[in-house]
Design a protein around this ligand. Structure first.
Ligand code: ZN
Length: 269
């Protein structure tokens, strides 16, 4: 029993020591097990797949408007990281902005820098500030390496699970039925205990970073909670990107209000 606990502890320690980094702007520590090139390659692959079926919007005015908002956020953040002398998490990303034909209220940004906004979302927002709130949130996931972190956590929890089961079997002290129960419990534990709560945390962190980006780029941060109120009132209007593990609307709005002053302070930096 002791032996396999040491093995697990070693796996966790090695991962934490060698793969620990900090999220830009929030300073939260995270474990990243995958290289940037791995993430870029996976990301480019998913974009290629998406692009096979997606149709570019023919609304040139709306496309232009989306491109201006996205570019303003990207340029402002690049300038911020350079002038603050901080490591630039946006370096090396291949920014590409698409507005696609779809009534869905949705948007996403792949870790490679591919930003996709759906026409439905561009028409749903009341102003450019609200558009910046959504796009800022999406770019924040890329800046904060959330995909890498998510995959790393899944890999880590899977390997810990496998180690525990192998060691338990090798010790011969557990029956097959006990093992099955143990396995189920661990499966549930890794799904609900590690991955999902963390994803909610990432969503709230993306909201916080998104607010800071809005402030730095000169957008009105007060429009972000207004957009979430509008989405909550609309019920089914919440974009799928936010639906999977998204925090409740109340949590999200409280979180945005909590970080409002912090974001505003960036406007003068
Ligand atoms: Zn998100």
């Amino acid at each position: 029993m002791k032996k396999f606990l040491w093995i697990i502890l070693s796996v966790v320690l090695v991962a934490v020591i060698y793969a620990c980094s900090s999220v830009a702007l929030t300073g939260r520590k995270q474990v990243l097990l995958y290289s940037n090139s791995d993430i870029m390659a996976l990301s480019e692959e998913s974009y290629k797949e998406f692009a096979q079926t997606a149709k570019a919007s023919t609304n040139t005015a709306l496309t232009q408007r989306v491109r201006v908002v996205c570019s303003k956020l990207i340029n402002a953040m690049n300038n911020y990281f350079i002038s603050a002398g901080q490591e630039n998490p946006m370096q090396g990303l291949n920014w590409h902005i698409d507005l696609v034909q779809s009534d869905e209220i949705n948007a996403f940004c792949l870790p490679s820098g591919n930003i996709v906004v759906y026409e439905g979302l561009a028409k749903f927002v009341d102003n450019d500030d609200q558009l910046a709130a959504v796009v800022g949130h999406e770019i924040a996931h890329a800046i904060a390496n959330h995909s890498n972190e998510r995959m790393s956590r899944a890999t880590l929890s899977e390997s810990i699970q496998r180690t525990i089961l192998t060691a338990a079997q090798a010790s011969g002290r557990v029956t097959d039925s006990q093992l099955a129960v143990f396995n189920t419990a661990l499966g549930l534990g890794s799904q609900y205990g590690v991955i999902l709560p963390f994803s909610r945390k990432q969503e709230l962190e993306a909201d916080r970073i998104g607010l800071i980006m809005m402030a730095i780029a000169g957008y009105k941060v007060e429009e972000a909670p207004k957009l979430w109120v509008k989405m909550a009132e609309n019920g089914s209007a919440a974009p799928p990107e936010f639906m999977s593990t998204h925090p409740s609307d109340v949590n999200r709005i409280n979180n945005l209000n909590k970080y409002m002053e912090e974001a505003k302070a960036y406007a003068s930096k």
